[in-house]
Design a protein around this ligand. Structure first.
Ligand SMILES: C=C(O[C@@H]1C=C(C(=O)O)C=C[C@H]1O)C(=O)O
Length: 383
């Protein structure tokens, strides 16, 4: 275990040297981890049997990068004394806003959403997730400062700072797990529907949101069922789940892979889920690629630990010796969907935000939803 000061010093040196690294903290965990590549070589992910930390784009056929476990240093420190600044839910943001630009962005986004709604009504697809990106001038673009703020503010999210010479600097605080697996057990979630958190998690959801989220659950469950590689699927009841100043509807889904080597099949079945793309997948994807103004790059892609050696220990009595050995060699994967994220470049942040569109969506409401979602990142960019 390192001291926080030592941890940040090493990361800062890594950044200066232009070598790839990632620093991150799991949802609800005080531990902050980092993986620092020892050299400047570029490792594109070849397949999901590798071990390390991966960063994959939205487009399933785009280049994904890995910081391999081998040849990299692991660091961790306990951030338990972090000041909790979670209570400032509705702090006023003093970022300079260019209102003319904002009006233009709003027009463009509402037009895009309306086009999506029209296509759904024409029967081309059932749901599509449409996103926009927004440039924000940052007063103090030090990625470490922003990362520390993210850690303190969003302890229930997967918080990360990723730097790679090929992708640049990305930061985020995502509420969405793509896949958690250990040996042949896996967990995923269906997350959709958004409303502002007003101090109460036990809230009513409108029919539109409930339906939209149920679509996502059904689609994930059906695709996993069709995949002959999994069994014993368990699906929770939907419930409200908080993500910073927002609430979403969430359903937990778990199951077993017939063979732990089927990870690749499960991930390619899940990604991109209808929570970030739509359904049917191919039709929604084509619409996104053709109509969104930006390249999503790594937004709504996924990131996390891939096949890392598990550190779970069983009790060390004699009878458990065998089990202990078994758990020591088991591998753990923990991947998150890259949402509530931004790319930092030359003093500017590009924030990516989107929302699910169904036949009952309203373009103006969808714009507001992206404005609300953008606060997750904007709140940490203020001084
Ligand atoms: C697409 C995003 O979020 C996703 C879309 C949601 C929605 O449509 O309500 C909710 C949670 C996420 O699954 C985003 O944050 O950019």
């Amino acid at each position: 275990m390192t001291q926080a000061s030592e941890f940040y010093k090493k990361i800062s040196e890594q950044l200066k040297a232009g070598k790839a690294f990632v620093a991150y903290s799991r949802p609800g965990d005080h531990l902050v981890n980092a993986l620092l590549q020892n050299d400047k070589s570029v490792h594109q992910l070849i397949d999901l049997n590798e071990s390390g930390f991966i960063f994959a784009p939205f487009k399933a056929d785009g280049a994904a990068y890995i910081i391999p476990s081998e040849g990299s240093d692991f660091l961790e420190f306990d951030n338990k004394d972090a000041e909790n600044i979670d209570s400032e839910l509705f702090e006023s943001l003093s970022l300079t806003t260019d209102f003319e630009m904002m009006e233009e962005d709003q027009k463009v986004h509402e037009k895009l959403v309306q086009k999506g709604i029209d296509r759904i009504k024409d029967g081309e697809f059932q749901k599509v997730v449409l996103a926009r990106s927004e440039k924000v001038q940052v007063h103090d673009p030090d990625p470490l400062r922003i990362f520390k703020k993210l850690l303190n503010k969003y302890s229930e999210a997967f918080v990360y700072l990723w730097f790679h010479p090929e992708t640049g600097t990305w930061l985020g605080a995502t509420p969405e797990t793509l896949l958690r697996s250990e040996r042949n057990k896996f967990h995923t979630m269906a997350l959709a529907g958004t409303q502002l958190y007003r101090g109460e998690e036990n809230v009513e959801w409108g029919q539109k949101e409930a339906e939209e989220q149920a679509f996502v659950t059904d689609y994930i469950v059906d695709s996993l069922k069709n995949l002959k590689a999994v069994e014993e699927l368990e699906v929770s009841e939907p419930y409200s789940s908080r993500a910073g100043s927002l609430l979403h509807i969430r359903t937990d889904i778990s199951g077993k892979m017939n063979d732990p080597g089927d990870l690749e099949k499960v991930i390619s079945t899940l990604h991109p889920t209808p929570a970030v793309c739509g359904m049917p997948k191919q039709e929604a994807l084509q619409f996104i690629l053709k109509n969104e103004e930006h390249d999503r790059e790594f937004y709504s892609g996924y990131l996390g630990e891939l096949n890392l050696k598990s550190t779970t220990h069983r009790s060390g009595n004699r009878r458990n010796q065998e089990n202990r050995q078994f758990s020591a060699i088991s591998k753990k994967t923990e991947l998150f969907v890259n949402l509530r994220c931004m790319k930092l470049k030359e003093g500017q942040a590009r924030i990516f935000i989107g929302g699910g569109i169904t036949k009952d969506s309203n373009a103006a409401d969808e714009w507001m939803e992206t404005v609300n979602k953008s606060q997750t990142m904007k709140a940490v960019l203020v001084k």
